[in-house]
Design a protein around this ligand. Structure first.
Ligand code: BG6
Ligand code: MG
Length: 218
């Protein structure tokens, strides 16, 4: 049996930081007189900081200078980090440690594949950094999800072929990236949103040892 690679997105999969990204973007958008809906917010999930601001400006029909753009990016991140700084282990989503431990005990590969440049800091805060054999984040890629780059590097770093990898994702862009990379995609969230995924679960509590074993045995 070949060793499999389990690749985890971070925001919205391991920790509920998706809500903090939303709050920080909402506040920034309001400041520049742009409002966006919950549905539009789905399109920001998994997407890099630069791409997110570009989308928000496009929704509001606004164009700004490069200097203003850089300033707004900084502001958004400062606001986001004010939430992150208060994080601790209680913010790990239910059953994530159980699933990580199961995969480790089964001697399978574990990588992080996140768009965030704050990923290492967050994993450190919630004390999960040691669980990952490789961490690939927004500092390591040149192309944002839905491009598969982040997952391909994550697979390569644990020496597992893309077709032997399984990706856990809460974003549409991330599911598309996993599918393009020829990996098994597991959506964590709503069926209506993540319908392109190979499997969809509301959260990790529904991921039984039997199902995980099935993925390992494939
Ligand atoms: C992704 C989030 O994980 O990381 C996005 O889903 C976010 O919402 C992106 O924009 C970049 O994160 P950061 O921490 O580098 O601003
Ligand atoms: Mg995510």
């Amino acid at each position: 049996m070949k060793r499999k690679g389990f690749i985890f997105d971070l925001d919205g999969v391991i920790v509920d930081t998706a809500k903090y990204h939303f709050l920080a973007w909402k506040k920034l958008a309001k400041k520049i007189d742009i409002d966006f809906t919950e549905t539009q917010n789905e399109q920001l999930k998994g997407v890099s900081r630069v791409k997110s601001l570009e989308k928000i400006l496009a929704w509001g029909n606004k164009s700004i200078s490069d200097t203003q753009f850089a300033a707004l990016m900084g502001e958004k991140n400062d606001e986001y980090l004010s939430y992150i700084n208060k994080m601790d282990t209680t913010e790990i989503l239910p059953d994530v440690p159980r699933v990580l431990d199961y995969i480790t005990e089964e001697k399978q590969g574990i990588s992080l594949g996140s768009a965030s440049k704050n990923a290492r800091m967050i994993l450190d805060k919630v004390k999960l950094i040691e669980k990952f054999e490789a961490i690939v984040d927004g500092n390591d890629v040149s192309k944002a999800k839905p491009d598969p780059e982040v997952f391909l590097i994550a697979a390569d770093q644990i020496r597992v072929k893309p077709e032997d990898c399984i990706v856990f994702e809460d974003s549409v862009a991330g599911i598309q990236a996993a599918n393009t990379a020829n990996m098994i995609s597991i959506g964590i969230g709503e069926k209506e949103v993540l319908h392109e995924a190979d499997y969809i679960f509301k959260d990790f509590t529904a991921l039984t040892p039997e199902f995980l074993q099935e993925l390992i045995n494939r």
